[in-house]
Design a protein around this ligand. Structure first.
Ligand code: AMP
Length: 280
């Protein structure tokens, strides 16, 4: 497997043949990331995983410094999964003028809602680094997880608006046996928090179940809050949105997504489920 620190080294080693797939990550890989690598191998000829903890998507006081960095373990997991190359640039490769002086991309409508309203600047950092990774790697396809649903919608919009010639492919959420969505941040959970955390998925299931039995959106969200409360958790938000563009869900929209963010001990966790509402 190729390990490259610069775009030049990556392209020298890769050559130009076949469909190139990029799977962007921040490392500390788990089975959720590896499912995206497998998806990449299905849709393309060669898969590049990028590993980059992007400073511009972390706000002041967030976990940029303590975010787990496990490059050696990540590289061996990627090699075992059949990944062809790892692109692991230093900060100054992607931000040659310094991260605080970067040109920044703002994607309207989907940036300031949901997690964006709680983490100002986060999605500008995401849009900017993903654009930089797209330019550096020049993939034909890029794979993103539905785990970060708002990020996925934002990237589809970025690609469409700036005309990146890249197909965006989405991978399903990989969960632990008890329903907790896999996340690098689950490592921050103490035992009691880890025991409470699966209530996030149960709350999403409660929202879905309520929508499916034709409850109003308000009632559905209230049942999610009640499920969290039983586990001693409080949501930063529980929202039902249109699945396509995260616009406000109306009572007549069929394709919905329920999204939750909750602080659980030291970890801020997010999760979502898509819901297809039957005609009434
Ligand atoms: P991260 O390393 O957390 O930035 O995530 C890198 C990519 O992996 C993103 O596209 C995430 O949506 C995706 N991802 C993270 N966790 C999961 C999961 N549990 N299942 C599927 N994809 C995931």
């Amino acid at each position: 497997m190729i390990i490259a620190r610069t775009p030049e080294a990556l392209h020298d080693a890769l050559g130009k043949d076949g469909t190139l797939v990029l799977v962007p990550t921040m490392g500390n890989l788990h089975a959720g990331h590896l499912s995206l690598i497998r998806k990449g191998l299905e849709v393309g000829d060669r898969v590049v995983a990028s590993i980059f903890v992007n400073p511009t998507q972390f706000g002041p006081g967030e976990d940029f410094e303590r975010y787990p960095r496990t490059l050696d373990a990540d590289v061996s997991m990627l090699a075992d999964a059949g990944c062809h190359a790892v692109f692991a640039p230093d900060v100054d490769v992607l931000y040659p003028f310094g991260a605080e002086h970067t040109v920044s991309i703002h994607v309207p409508e989907v940036t300031d809602i949901l997690c964006g309203s709680i983490r100002p600047g986060h999605f500008d950092g995401v849009a900017t680094v993903v654009a930089k990774l797209f330019l550096a790697v020049a993939p034909d396809v890029a794979v993103f997880g539905r785990k970060d649903y708002q990020q996925l919608v934002l990237i589809r919009r970025l690609v469409r608006d700036l005309g990146f010639p890249i197909d965006i492919v989405a991978g399903d959420i990989v969960r632990e046996a008890d329903g907790l969505a896999m996340s690098s941040r689950n490592a921050y959970l103490e035992a009691a928090d880890r025991a409470a955390a699966p209530a996030i998925y149960r709350a999403l299931a409660a929202v879905r179940e309520a929508v499916e039995r034709q409850a109003t959106l308000e009632e559905a969200i209230a049942s999610g809050h009640r499920t969290l409360a039983v586990a001693g958790l409080t949501a930063e938000y529980i929202e039902l949105r249109r699945a396509g563009d995260l616009g406000p869900a109306g009572e007549d929209d069929a394709q919905l997504v329920a999204l939750i963010a909750a602080q659980v001990g030291a970890a801020r966790l997010i999760d979502n489920v898509r819901i297809l509402r039957q005609e009434r």
